[in-house]
Design a protein around this ligand. Sequence first.
Ligand code: ZN
Length: 360
Amino acid sequence: MKTKYKIFYMFILLCFVTFAITGCTKEYPFPVINTSTDVKNVILIVGDGMGYNHIENAKTYYDMGTLAFEKDYVIGVDTSSKSLFTTDSAAAATALATGYNVKNGKIGMDGNKTLTNIMEIAKDNNKKTGIITTDNLYGATPAAFSSHAKDRDYTNNIIVDQYQSNVDLMIGEKSSKYQEYYQNFTSNGYSIYEDYNSLVSSNTNNKILANISNLRSIYNPNITGQVNLVDIVSFALDYLDNENGFVLMIECGHIDKCSHSKDIVGALSEVHTLIDVANKCYDFAQNRDDTAIIITADHETGGLKKANDKNDIKNSLYSKSSHTSSDVPLYVYNCSFTNVGEKVKNTFIFYIMKHIVTNI
Ligand SMILES: [Zn+2]
């Protein structure tokens, strides 16, 4: 090969490597956050894998009109991570929980650096904290709000961090991985529940770890015996409500999983549950002026197209079985913004929560 071609190819390789290392993230200016100092509670609802068309298709499939939260639409969210490829739930959840853009696979860490998450900031500000997921509690999204791990697969590290996290309430799908740590949770002040009825009828003042079966959507026609997530959220709101305020993160985790397998009815049933949960939180917030609600997604999954009508709801609306880099929507109730630009980076959502939690 001629020297000048060698130099050219070396240059191209160097560009590629630089791009891979530094990532391709563009930063967008943050809007100015305007919130009444009366706002002391934050509820963050995350639809894992939920893009605009997941919501649109759920409205079509279930004959829903305009949703309560749609009037609070703010802007599209850039979900890209520090990795070259489309984000995963770990990097996206870390962006939401810590305000840092990190590489895929990281849980509350940037390289070897441990990042402070919003639940830790909330505890420092004397607020109660809660995490609810329809997936396992060691999954990437709840993990980023309650632990720090160099890799999302370091499940034991994540659970050890969680029993030391001081998060007041953690509710997720039943997993045997937690059982060997029950003693650690108990000695750190947690009451443990494995049964839905004993959880929702509980009036304990202890911290709560609940591993509950059957957290998939009650609207999925292919599975039976599911518990109603709205009742769990209702219990959590009662439990967390206090004069200093609280931060509650609720993840609907199976929109993503159903979308990976191009199961549109399954995915839309999970979106229906998210809408029910959002409506429950709006009922809670609209009776008072101290609660903000943020609804968003970590990323879009499936490249889902919009259906023309109900008959058009088919698995073939999915264009792929992986995550995409499409923007996801951001809806915020009881918090307003000025200087809203083209879109925001997902790290902005952390700063909305931090603004409320630290009251600045
Ligand atoms: Zn996924």
